[in-house]
Every structure is written in C-alpha cells, then in structure tokens.
Design a protein around this ligand. Structure first.
Ligand code: KG4
Ligand code: ZN
Length: 421
C-alpha cells in the first residue's frame, strides 16, 4: 500500500564531510540544492581536516539554510513561468511556500546522521533538531549512502511530471547500486525499495581516497579526482599497473596495492637521473650544486605525470568493471543500475560502466544523476531519500520532541542500516 503524500516538501541538511549543504525538495524534484564547499579551507592541508570542517559547517549552516529557502522560492516561481507548469498541484505548492518566512512551509526536516566525519555530522544533526523542535516538524534521520543510491532519481522541477515518477519506481527493481566516493566503494544490491545489501566493497582505501592520495604523491593538490581526470586526458596508458583483485573470488575491491605501485613507480622515475656523489668527501659548494641537480630531477616531466594519471585511472576503473561484470553474470535478475558518489563525476568512469553494460547486457537500464552536482555530496539526495523511503513505507520520521533530541550521529553507519528509534 502506498502512502498518501504527507511529507512532500522537505528541508534536508547534509554536513557529512566538507560540504555544507541544504536543500528544499518537493517529492523527488529539486526546488533548491545549495552546496557551500569548504575545499578552499582544506586545500592547504592536502585533505579534509575534521576540526576545520566542523568549524566551517558551524560558520555557514545558518546562511545556507536561509539561502536554500530563498532559492527554492525564486526557482519555483521562475520555473513555473518559464516552463509553463501551471498545474493545480504546483500552484498550490506556490501558495504554501509563500506563506512561510523561514522553514514554516515544509512538511518535514531530513538530516544525514551517518556515515561521515563524526564532528561534522554533529553540526547538521544539531541544526536539524533545533529546526524540527522550534517549528514543530517531524524529522527524518537519513543514511548518507542511501542518498547517493537514490541520487539518480532526483529531478529538476522543470521536468515535473514528465519523466520517471516515483509511483513506478519499483518496476526498475532489482537495482544494483554502484557507489564510489571519497569514503566508500560499494556494490549494493537492492531487491526491493529500501533493501540494501552490500555485495562487495573495498577492503582498504575508497576509490576517491586513492585518487586523492595519488594526487598528493604527484603534488597535484586536493581533491585529487578532478585533476587526475583532467591530466589523464593528455596521457597514454603505457605504464603497467596491476589491475587489483582480479583473482579474488568475491566482489570486493582493493586500491591500496595500486596506490603503493604508484608510489614505487614515482620513486623509480625520480631516481633514474639521480646524481650520486662519487667521492665521500665533497665540498660544501659541490654539495649545494648536487642537491640542486637532485631537486631538478625530483620533478617529473609533464608527459610522464599525464601518463601516470592515465595509467592509474585505467587500472582502477578496470578493476571495478571486472567485478561489475562478475556480479552481472551471477545475478541475472538485476534490471537496472544506479550510480552515485563523487568518483562518477569522472566521464571516463561513466563511459566504462556504460560500455560494460552495452557489451554484457544492453537490456539493463542505467540511471545516472541528471546533473554532475548530484554525484558529489549534496542535501537534495537526502531530502529525496526521505521522500522515497517514506512513500514506500520503509521509513517514518521521528515525531516526538524527546525522541528528536535523542537522535545521534553515527559515523560508521553501514549502507544496509536504517535509523531505528
Ligand atoms: O561523494 P563525495 O563528494 O564525498 C564523499 O561522500 O566522500 O566524493 C568525493 C570524492 C573525492 O575523493 C574526489 O577526489 C572524488 O570524489 N572525485 C573524483 C572526481 N571528482 C571527484 N574522482 C575521480 N574523478 C573525478 N572527476
Ligand atoms: Zn558522499
């Protein structure tokens, strides 16, 4: 039995890592999805610093909430006008939204309570509790990974009622979810809406994390994914990196060996031209001269860096595709694939996945988020997860104040878990 739509209009918050994000969603459509990125603040440290993330979330969260509300109102009005979407449903929504100054108009609040950085999650959870209690709204506690899973079913308001409706979502099941981000690399089998089974996952580094670490080795900055993708386009796949986990009998992945292979390769390449002093005793001047030569050889030629990026990326993606093929061969009931997580911003990765499906089983439908902004962390996917899971009776919001206050972040939440009171 499907629900009558009690919670269509949701304000969602995600502060799981280093993006402060707040959205307003209506059913599975985005009214606003504001992401305030902290990359600049973390960049100088070469990665996310939890304490800094917490402070930045605290500094930004109130303004991001305000801005998301403002954007939702503007976007609703302009989209209705521009796309001529004057249905009764949207006109009613317009009226409803006009009434509230702040969050009064929403039906519920949703928040990511895990997985993620503990002290970062805490900021979002606290803000969500405060809003839910102050404005007397029910509160959905959402698993961040469910957000990535459902991000392919998030749509812009301009496509209202024109494409996939949540009503027919179950016709696409069983779904295989490919979730690859900075913290996770997982194959998720979902036989029914709201069931999540981890078929395989990385045993060590997540794929995005491996990109970030390799970028650090090559002094390319943070985050590593986008810059490696860019440089790889100019490179050749001519360095022989291993394709990890090809001989393992499961669907798991591992990227730390590949990362170490990269480290050794960089050392080899840098060492090739290294000048070694022949005599033990050398003068101070000579020493300076030699160390200058040495420093110059520490820089890899640009083309070699491009080739390293292309070859690393190729091996990492091949390893994922190898396991994807294996899963699809052994699970012939899978009807669709959804992709989510920051690594899917990578065009080559999406191409490789689509290509593998084309070869193996072109009947499998692949859903990809409509905007690249939905691959990386955002609150829109959290609001829509709350809507979908509630619509299909898989999740209820927390109603009572005493229970809302009990909600705590869970940094090590697994993709299979839900919030339980
Ligand atoms: O999903 P996300 O925003 O955050 C987590 O939940 O972790 O993913 C961030 C990760 C980072 O590790 C980043 O390097 C990686 O996604 N990433 C990419 C690309 N863009 C972002 N990896 C490969 N290619 C890209 N173009
Ligand atoms: Zn994420």
């Amino acid at each position: 039995m499907l629900k009558s739509n009690q919670y269509n209009l949701i304000l969602a918050i995600d502060t799981s890592c280093d993006d402060t994000s707040v959205s307003i969603t209506y059913k599975n459509y985005i009214l606003s999805n504001v992401v305030s990125s902290q990359i600049k603040a973390h960049k100088i440290w070469g990665g996310t610093v939890p304490m800094l993330a917490k402070r930045e979330h605290e500094k930004r969260i109130n303004n991001v909430v305000k801005y998301a509300i403002k954007r939702a109102k503007i976007n609703l009005n302009t989209t209705i006008k521009r796309f001529n979407l004057a249905s009764n449903e949207l006109l009613e929504l317009q009226e409803k939204i006009k009434k509230g100054k702040y969050v009064e108009f929403v039906d519920a609040i949703a928040v990511t309570y895990g997985p993620g950085l503990s002290i970062a999650l805490e900021v979002g959870v606290k803000k969500a509790q405060e809003l839910a209690i102050k404005y007397n709204k029910p509160l959905f506690a959402i698993n961040h990974m469910h957000g990535h899973f459902f991000s392919s079913f998030v749509f812009p308001l301009s496509r209202f009622n024109s494409i996939i409706n949540v009503d027919n979502l179950d016709s696409f099941y069983p779904i295989l979810g490919l979730l690859f981000s900075g913290g996770h690399s997982e194959f998720i089998l979902s036989n029914k809406i709201g069931n999540f089974k981890i078929l395989g996952a990385t045993l060590d580094d997540a794929l995005g994390e491996a990109f970030d670490k390799v970028a650090r080795m090559l002094n390319l900055g943070y985050p590593g994914g986008p810059v490696i993708e860019q440089l790889a386009q100019k490179g050749k796949i001519n360095i022989n990196f291993p394709i990890p986990m090809q001989n393992s009998n499961d669907y798991n992945l591992s990227f730390s060996g590949l990362k170490t292979a990269m480290l050794y390769k960089i050392r080899d390449l840098k060492g090739e031209n290294r000048v070694q002093p022949k005599e033990k005793k050398i003068s101070y001047r000579e020493n300076i001269k030699l160390s200058k030569v040495h420093r110059n050889t520490q820089k890899l030629q640009k083309q070699i860096v491009y080739d390293l990026c292309a070859s690393f990326q190729n091996s990492a993606f091949k390893s994922v595709i190898f396991k994807l093929n294996k899963i699809l061969k052994n699970n012939n009931k899978i009807k669709s694939i959804v992709v989510g997580g920051g690594v899917f911003s990578n065009v080559k990765f999406r191409y490789e996945v689509k290509n593998a499906l084309g070869v193996l089983n072109p009947n499998i439908k692949i859903f990809i988020p409509y905007s690249t902004r939905l691959f990386t962390d955002n609150a829109g996917m959290i609001g829509i997860s709350a809507y979908i899971l509630n619509y299909f009776n898989k999740l209820e919001p927390i109603q009572l104040e005493k229970d809302i206050l009990k909600l705590d972040r869970n940094p090590s939440l697994t993709t299979e878990e839900f919030y339980k009171l």
